[in-house]
Design a protein around this ligand. Sequence first.
Ligand code: ADP
Ligand code: ADP
Length: 224
Amino acid sequence: MRVIFIGPPGAGKGTQAQFICDKLHIPKISTGDMLRAEIEAGSKIGQAVHDLIAKGQLVDDKTVIELIKQRINSKDCDKGFLFDGFPRTVKQAEALEEARVKIDCVISLEVPDQTIIDRLSGRRIHLASGRVYHLQYNPPKIPKQDDFTGEPLVQREDDKEDVIRNRLKTFHQETEPLKEWYQARLGKSKGYFAVEGSGDIKEVQKKIETIIKIASPWGIGGGH
Ligand code: ADP
Ligand code: ADP
C-alpha cells in the first residue's frame, strides 16, 4: 500500500499519518522530518536548506527527489509507505511517475486557512521521531515531554505567524495543483480522495480509515 497525504501546513498530515502507519505497518516518510534531521546533523544539505525552510519556501525539487529515491529503496518500504508532505510540486510527482513508483491512494486533507494559524501556533514536536502534539488539542501526557521517550518537545522555528502565511501561499501556488493532477490520474473517490480535515482528530481519523479500507487491496491491518 502506497499512500500520499496532501494538505496545507497544519492540516493534520503528520498526526493522521502516525495512526495509519501503525495500522498498516508501513513507514511514514516525511520530507519535512528528513530535512530537519539534515539541519540537526549540520550536513551539507542541512546547511543549504536551513534558510529556505525558516522563510517558509520550498526546498528545490532535485534535493527532495534524491532524498526520497534513496529512502524508498530501504527494506522497510517493501510493503509500502506513506508520504507525508511529498510530493509538493507537480515536478516531484512527475519524478515518481518517471521512476515507476505506483501510488494506490492520495488523500487530500482539506482545512481552511483560518484554522491553520491556530493549529500551528500550538504545535510542538519530538524532533527525533517526528511525533506531533498540540498544547490544547493533543497535549502530551506530561507537559513538554514526548510520551514515548520523555525527551523534550520543541516548537519549530517556521511555526511563527508570518512564516505560516508564507507557507500557506506556497501551498496554494505550488502544491494545490497536485490535487487536479492526481485526480485526473487516479480518479475521484477511486484512488484520489478529498477529506474534510477540520473536525477533531478522532473524527478525521475515522474518515481516513474508511478510505484506506476502500483503497487498500488488503484492508486495514492486512498486507501480505
Ligand atoms: P508541514 O508539516 O507544516 O506541512 P513539513 O514538515 O512537511 O511542513 O515541511 C517543512 C518545510 O520543509 C516546508 O515548509 C519546506 O520548506 C520543506 N519541505 C518539506 N517537504 C518538501 C518537499 N517535498 N519539497 C520541497 N520542500 C519541502
Ligand atoms: P501537518 O503535518 O499537516 O503540518 P500536523 O499533524 O503536524 O499537521 O498538525 C498540526 C497541529 O495541529 C499539531 O499541533 C496537531 O497536534 C494539531 N492537529 C492535528 N489534527 C488536528 C485536528 N483534527 N484538530 C485539532 N488539532 C489538530
